[in-house]
Design a protein. Structure first.
Ligand SMILES: [Zn+2]
Length: 217
């Protein structure tokens, strides 16, 4: 029955057993199993099945709808990654950002935390019960300066540069101490003069413009 073109499931229905049982026995007696594609092809040879399928699909949208086909060959849409994307700004991810997301960087950072035992080397802050600190691995010689020193312009060069991964250039600082360092990122940028709270606020102004966090940091 199977050999004449019926599928495992059809045979199974006929005998009131499962399709798996049929395929198991077929394998056991060494009958070659047809693949799903072969099965489907065999079914389409049956004129009744063919007429049925065509009747079923008449008036329905084509299966190729929404697909971008050209005769004889599939047309692939251009990649939307990288420069293919209309929002591509020309690769603006900075080298510092890329280096900081390297696995090597995570290792460097962890080794500094472990060496300094998660203690701030300046104020001695340490996580205790009720006292929680955020610790940073501070570059004594800033990363950007190291790039300049060694003329690093690519990620590969950064990985190969041993000075970048020298743990002697790192120290564990609590966030508060880190912010006080001259090399804390925002401290290196020129800062707008800040209005101190002791000065009287102009009452004529209806609403003081709120300083956004980005410009303040
Ligand atoms: Zn500290």
């Amino acid at each position: 029955m199977y050999l004449s073109g019926s599928s495992c499931l059809h045979v199974a229905e006929h005998f009131g057993i499962t399709g798996n049982a049929v395929s198991y026995h077929l394998k056991k007696f060494g009958v070659p199993i047809r693949s799903a594609a072969e099965d489907s092809a065999a079914r389409w040879l049956d004129p009744e099945f063919r007429a049925n399928q065509i009747a079923k699909r008449t008036g329905k949208p084509s299966g190729a709808l929404g697909k971008n086909w050209k005769i004889g060959r599939r047309v692939y849409k251009p990649s939307l990654r990288g420069s293919g994307n209309p929002n591509w700004k020309g690769g603006t991810t900075s080298l510092g950002f890329t280096v900081r997301s390297l696995p090597e960087y995570a290792v460097w950072r962890m080794s500094i935390f472990k060496r300094d035992q998660y203690t701030c080397v300046l104020c001695g802050a340490k996580n205790r019960k009720g006292q929680k600190y955020v610790f940073d691995a501070d570059h004594i010689r800033p990363l950007a300066k190291l790039f300049e020193d060694h003329g690093i312009t690519t990620v590969d060069e950064a990985i190969c540069c041993a000075a970048l991964w020298d743990t002697n250039n790192g120290r564990c600082l609590c966030r508060a101490c880190h912010k006080k360092t001259e090399t804390w990122g925002p401290n290196t940028k020129p800062r707008k003069p800040r209005v101190t709270s002791s000065e009287p606020v102009e009452s004529t102004r209806r609403k003081a413009p709120r300083r956004s966090r980005k410009t303040a940091a």
